[in-house]
Design a protein around this ligand. Structure first.
Ligand SMILES: NC(=O)C1=CN([C@@H]2O[C@H](COP(=O)(O)OP(=O)(O)OC[C@H]3O[C@@H](n4cnc5c(N)ncnc54)[C@H](OP(=O)(O)O)[C@@H]3O)[C@@H](O)[C@H]2O)[C@H](O)CC1
Ligand code: K
Length: 491
């Protein structure tokens, strides 16, 4: 998995990479500029819109100047506005400035006429990871002007004004797209920064992952190439018992869709046998959404250990009896998945947290998480609280949302890269519960089940939303689960 290093460590990684590869920092800036232009050109080459690049005094500004040159070579109309005397800018900025070809309109900000043609493309290269204080003076004036404009606005590496590892501390450029180099900076993953970052793109500039390893500080980014290694393989003699027997408890009357979705998702994730146990006097009267689902009647006296994994919480409501809830932890001694009202009940009876079997997986969304651990000032605090909850109770906490966080009991924090806004639909969480429970039931180590469940869930959402967009529903996500295994070549 890709380590997410701090903004300060970026310079050290650059230096280590440049000295090992025997290249200059200017060469690395050139790689960054080339990767940016290669990424940008396919979707702007036909529109022929003027491009305005705003360059600050550091290497982020230097990237902007190098990009101005490359775009000019590609016959684009480029305006470069720089902020500080060239002699006071970083060396790589200066070297690039002196390489600018003719035909680019170049202005210093304090004498710039302030005109930006309608429908232009704005590229923000004012500050990168070197920002160390809130914007003020001309920088603040500029970003305020740019934030009022519409159109396509792209930040290089990080929206200017946003610190790499903390919550925003003042005015920040509002990008529609952020193209960040090599790895995502932590603050780009915070939900409260979504409006500043826009769509996030990670551009490879050639620095191999192992240059980041020695700076690793417990945060990781989960990419497609990482996931295969977490999967179990099965052979042609495997039978349905090998694929696990799982159970979903619950769903009060009127919410039986929840366990149906979880159960159906577990089947599509590969579970051999899937049972659902609706909270009804006669659970056998329920007709499951697919005939492959089996019905089960639970009582607070019977052991659940015949199952390989169970999922609890979806559709429960808050009327569930505390003794019944508590009995589950005594009757099932293996890792389980706890979601939705299962989490709300834990918030109501926090003394039960200690009774949860070790390595169980808790899957709160932000609101459920707040009920469990209280309010957080920002996502940084939330990430730390999730990690503390995981460590203190020896459970895995999956904090759902864009870039879902997996907080492991050993302190590692993993951010997911799959999924999109269309997954914010009723039942999406029930599907995740089903997938996680399925992986646990298939004998995956809980950490691997969490990683695979979260990644495949997001990927299934991406695949399903391609044709459905806003009309995507949770059942569509389930129908796309098999395609995720095909895409990852997990056979
Ligand atoms: N491997 C990579 O990811 C590469 C990244 N590159 C790019 O380089 C930037 C980081 O460049 P750096 O020069 O370290 O930082 P910035 O460009 O963000 O600028 C820092 C300078 O700005 C001053 N500063 C900081 N905050 C403010 C502020 N609020 N107002 C005014 N000035 C500010 C600071 O100087 P001070 O002495 O004034 O503190 C710095 O001079 C990275 O983001 C990438 O875009 C490389 O191109 C190559 C590879
Ligand atoms: K920037």
């Amino acid at each position: 998995m890709l380590p997410i290093i701090s903004g300060e460590q970026v310079q050290q990684v650059d230096a280590s990479y440049c000295s090992t590869e025997k290249i200059s920092s200017l060469d690395l800036m050139e790689s960054a500029a080339i990767s940016f232009v290669d990424w940008l050109m396919p979707w702007i080459s036909d529109c022929n819109k003027p491009i305005y690049i705003f360059s600050g005094p550091g290497n982020n500004g230097g990237d902007g100047v190098a990009i101005a040159r490359l775009l000019k070579y590609l016959n684009q109309t480029v305006h470069l506005i720089y902020m500080k005397e060239v002699a006071d800018c970083s060396q790589d900025f200066q070297d690039n400035f002196h390489r600018l070809p003719n035909g680019i309109s170049v202005s210093k900000f304090d004498v710039w006429d302030g005109k930006i043609e309608k429908d232009s493309i704005i590229i923000d290269a004012v500050f990168g990871v070197g920002i160390n204080r809130p914007l003020e003076g001309p920088y603040l004036s500029l970003i305020k002007i740019l934030n009022k404009l519409g159109g396509l606005k792209i930040s290089i590496d990080i929206p200017s004004g946003l610190p790499a590892d903390q919550a925003a501390f003042g005015t920040v450029f509002k990008a529609n797209h952020t193209a960040t180099f090599q790895f995502p900076k932590l603050s780009l993953l915070f939900p409260e920064h979504a409006e500043l970052v826009g769509e996030l793109h990670i551009l490879d500039i050639g620095i191999h992952d192992h240059f980041l390893d020695k700076f690793e500080r417990g945060h990781f980014y989960l990419r497609q190439g990482d996931v295969l290694a977490f999967h179990r393989t099965f052979h042609r003699f495997s039978h349905k018992g090998d694929f696990g027997k799982v159970l979903f408890l619950g769903s009060e009357l009127g919410k039986s869709g929840a366990i149906n979705l979880s159960g159906y998702a577990a089947l599509r994730t590969g579970s051999g046998l899937v049972h659902i146990a609706p909270f009804m006097e006669d659970p056998f009267r329920m007709i499951p959404i697919v005939p492959e689902l089996m019905l089960y009647q639970d009582s607070s006296k019977t052991s659940l250990n015949q199952f390989d994994a169970i999922g609890i919480g979806p559709g429960w409501g808050m009327d569930v009896d505390k003794d019944y809830f508590q009995s589950i932890f005594a009757r099932f001694k293996k890792p389980m998945v706890i979601d939705a009202d299962g989490l709300n009940l834990l918030a109501k009876y926090p003394e039960l947290l200690k009774e949860i079997p070790q390595n169980s997986i808790l899957t709160p969304h932000l609101k459920e998480f707040e009920r469990l651990v209280g309010e957080s000032a920002n996502h940084l605090e939330r990430i730390e609280k999730a990690s503390s909850l995981a460590k203190a109770n020896k459970v895995i906490v999956i904090l759902k949302g864009a870039h879902t966080l997996i907080a492991l009991p050993d302190g590692r924090k993993i951010f997911n890269s799959t999924g999109n806004q269309y997954m914010a639909t009723a039942g999406s969480g029930d599907v995740l519960t089903g997938m996680l429970t399925s992986f646990l039931g298939q004998g995956y180590a809980p950490e691997n089940a969490a990683i695979c469940g979260v990644f495949h869930h997001g990927l299934a959402g991406e695949i399903a939303s391609k044709s459905k967009l806003r009309g995507m529903i949770a059942s569509d996500i389930i129908e796309s689960i098999p395609d995720t295994f095909i895409k990852l070549n997990v056979l």
